[in-house]
Design a protein around this ligand. Structure first.
Ligand code: ADP
Ligand code: MG
Length: 242
């Protein structure tokens, strides 16, 4: 089943075409990894999916419903999409538990007791059971980012968008965050992620998409893209990062 369909999406900023006719279909349980040079449009594409940007042309469908339709309910769409960005933006004045339970309680109307029970379950699953009462500034960057991922998970999204979630971390902390993403994949979460960690991308992706200057140049299995890319631009890019 298709969770997300992106059809002919164009986006420009100040007359510069940042996305040029992107087509992409993401199936249930699929992990799609977007790769490409800085500025190639990866973040903009994710922002078009969670409606932080409007598209100039084309359409995005979430579970068959056109979410780029101006009449679509933005809040409802965001309830179904979990997003984690590079800079873990936890609320500093709230405990880990309150950070995680905020959206389930306020957006989804779940009671405090149930939300906290669920949050503690997630914290336990990701090795952070003892951090429930801690404030973000007492956690390492890796722990903060794991909490940010748990917070996005707590609303039980149909799709997770992860944009460079390890880029702001010390190398020593990257692995624990990648471990969480691996665990998400193992539970069948449908995800689109961007990363500079090519080894991880190769390991976790079902489908790799190479973006070049707003064009989805090539898409395929990690084996195909990393060992036998079909397009010279893909080969050039990979030769700079591998
Ligand atoms: P990536 O995530 O692949 O590094 P981005 O999607 O962030 O690429 O950016 C693609 C291009 O769009 C870049 O040239 C960037 O400068 C431009 N861009 C992104 N967001 C904006 C914005 N809000 N206003 C103007 N230009 C933007
Ligand atoms: Mg980006």
């Amino acid at each position: 089943m298709s969770v997300l369909t992106i059809e002919g999406v164009w986006k420009n900023f100040d007359g510069h075409h940042v996305l040029r006719g992107i087509d992409l279909e993401v199936h249930s349980h699929e992990v799609v990894c977007l790769i490409g040079a800085s500025g190639s449009g990866k973040s903009t594409l994710l922002r078009c999916v969670n409606l932080l940007e409007t598209v100039d042309d084309g359409a995005v469908y979430l579970e068959g419903q056109e979410i780029t339709d101006p009449r679509a309910d933005v809040d409802d769409v965001r309830k179904r999409i979990g997003t984690v960005f590079q800079a873990y933006n936890l609320f500093p004045h709230m405990s880990v538990l309150d950070n995680i339970t905020l959206a389930p309680r306020q957006v989804h109307g779940i009671g405090r007791r149930e939300a906290e029970e669920q949050a503690r379950g997630l914290l336990g699953r990701f090795g952070l059971a003892d951090k429930a009462e801690a404030y973000p500034d007492r956690l390492s960057g890796g722990q903060q980012q794991r909490v940010a991922i748990i917070r996005a998970l707590a609303t039980q999204p149909r799709l997770m968008l992860l944009d460079e979630v390890t880029s702001a971390l010390d190398p020593a902390l990257v692995r624990e965050v990648l471990g969480v993403i691996r665990e998400l994949k193992d539970t069948g979460m449908t995800m689109i992620l961007t990363t500079h960690e090519m080894g991880f991308c190769r390991d976790i992706a079902d489908t790799v998409c190479f973006l070049d200057d707003g064009v989805l140049v090539e898409k395929g299995t990690p084996e195909k893209i990393f060992t036998d890319p079909g397009h010279p631009r893909t080969r050039d890019f990979l030769s700079t990062v591998l």
